[in-house]
Design a protein around this ligand. Structure first.
Ligand code: C5J
Length: 220
């Protein structure tokens, strides 16, 4: 059944059976003190603030039978999938692969690399480990979505202007119809979040649509 919600730049229509929720990188490394995000000098509380909204969106998607995907920005323990150009950027204080308070920074399997407890993937949900900012780069995400005949993607997660926007642009180029939930995404830089939302929906939705979580809950 197709439903239509109020969104920008116009109404967004989708069918639950062809829709996936893509929750980007809600990991301890970005959201909790002691992880990668904080090691770069960021205020992680800005990201922690959206956890309740993402939890509500996940609950709604589970109830309505959407496909659910969680991503984690993560690297192999030998860092063979982390280009030096990525590792050497940022602050020399703590880099990807270095030991941190929650284990090695952004390394697969380390405690800090896990998704925060409140948003833990449920059995059967897709979890994608991605070495890049975009969720499609050297991952199986596109194959997983096409195998399930997914055409519409609803995005949430962090950070808006980096991994969320990169993933949404990659999805757009692959032919998916995309929407970003405005209050279920966050940036360490509120102005960057606002600019990203405006970029995405500009020019008639050049990357896609945006809508508040309430647009989904009011529909029910
Ligand atoms: C960053 C991300 N910001 N998940 N990663 O490095 O946006």
């Amino acid at each position: 059944m197709t439903v239509e919600i109020a969104a920008q730049p116009g109404p967004f229509a989708f069918d639950a059976s062809h829709t996936a929720l893509i929750v980007i990188d809600m990991q301890r490394d970005f959201i909790e003190p002691g992880g990668f995000g904080e090691s770069l000098g960021n205020d992680v509380s800005l990201l922690a603030a959206i956890v309740p909204a993402v939890a509500e969106l996940l609950a709604l998607a589970r109830t309505d039978g959407w496909t659910i995907v969680h991503t984690r920005e993560s690297h192999a323990p030998d860092l063979s999938d982390c280009p030096p150009a990525k590792r050497l950027r940022g602050t020399p204080r703590m880099r990807i692969g270095d030991p941190g308070p929650m284990g090695r920074i952004l390394v697969r399997g380390e405690p800090g690399n896990a998704i925060v407890d409140a948003l833990a993937p449920a059995a059967g949900e897709i979890v994608i480990d991605k070495p890049g900012k975009g969720a499609f780069y050297v991952t199986t995400l596109d194959d997983e979505l096409r195998a399930r005949e997914i055409t519409h993607l609803v995005f949430a997660g962090v950070t808006t202007e980096v991994c969320v926007q990169s993933s949404m642009r990659e999805a757009n180029d692959r032919g998916y119809t995309c929407l970003l939930v405005e209050d279920a995404t966050a940036s360490y830089f509120p102005a960057f979040k606002q600019a990203s939302l405006e970029m995405i929906r500009s020019q008639g939705g050049i990357v896609g649509w945006t809508a508040p979580l309430a647009a989904f809950t009011m529909e029910r």
